[in-house]
Design a protein around this ligand. Structure first.
Ligand code: NDP
Length: 240
């Protein structure tokens, strides 16, 4: 796969595994991140993958970041919108800032990044966009109205953009992970996590590598007939 890929939030967690899986598939990968410079430097030294810092929730920063990547690396063929954050709390405790920040980064980030790469993909008649949704965008989750709304929005965004890209060879898909063993899940209290794992039919958390395999499939040359779909990878926790 001689393609150029950007993975947002690609320096750790699920994003790191996606960056590595796309590199293994033959793509030239660029990883974006938010602010953890030390981690990004360690990641780049270890993997040889260039890391670029910008906030995906900032529209102008995305346009400038992608322009810089295109200048230094080349035209972007593959975009994986993986960057995501949580600011959990029941609606009684959730502030407007907590709501805004999660919508801005998780959902706004997908729009901001797609705006930057979609015109070029369309012109070159080939593109792959994969948006990382969530089981909690499909089924909702107590204490996460902001996150569930943003992730649910990603699923609608995917289906709409897929229709706009189809004729131009640009596929747009979502991948909805269940509970995956990363820093994000490490922040969930142990007793809550135990109850969550008890509800997973396969009886364990997923791994970032398992999610990355799914993304690599959706980005492959031979996945051109898959668009507007959501690949659920959740150990059987949510089926429909
Ligand atoms: P992590 O918290 O482990 O990593 C998040 C990554 O996103 C980091 O690289 C971080 O950069 C980057 N990031 C955060 N905010 C921004 C921003 N504003 N701009 C650019 N980059 C940003 O997350 P996970 O690997 O656990 O999650 C990855 C994706 O998968 C998210 O979209 C998440 O919602 C989704 N997901 C995760 C599940 C799980 O169980 N872990 C389940 C379902 C979905 P930095 O290192 O600089 O902070």
């Amino acid at each position: 796969m001689a393609r150029i890929a950007i993975v947002t939030g690609g320096t750790r967690g699920i994003g790191e595994a996606i960056s590595l899986a796309l590199k293994e598939a033959g793509a030239t990968v660029v990883a974006n991140y938010a602010g953890n410079d030390e981690r990004a430097r360690e990641f780049s030294d270890r993997t040889g993958i260039k890391a670029y810092r910008w906030d995906v929730g900032d529209y102008d920063a995305c346009q400038e970041g992608v322009a810089k990547v295109q200048e230094e690396v080349g035209p972007v063929d593959i975009l994986v919108n993986n960057a995501g954050i949580t600011r959990d709390g029941t609606i009684l405790k959730m502030t407007h800032d907590m709501w805004d920040e999660v919508i801005r980064v998780n959902l706004g980030g997908c729009f901001n990044m797609a705006k930057a790469v979609f015109p070029g993909m369309r012109e070159r008649k080939w593109g792959r966009i994969v948006n990382i949704g969530s089981i909690n965008g499909q089924g909702g989750q107590y204490g996460q109205v902001n996150y569930a709304a943003a992730k649910s929005g990603i699923h609608g965004f995917t289906k709409a953009l897929a229709q706009e890209g189809a004729k131009a060879g640009v596929t747009v898909n979502a991948l909805a992970p269940g509970y995956i063993d990363t820093d994000m899940v490490a922040a969930v209290p142990a007793d809550v996590l135990e109850k969550i794992v008890a509800k997973v039919p396969v009886g364990r958390l997923g791994s970032a590598q398992e999610i990355a395999r799914g993304v690599a499939f959706l980005c492959a040359e031979e996945a051109g007939f898959v668009t507007g779909s959501t690949l659920s990878m959740n150990g059987g926790q949510h089926m429909y």
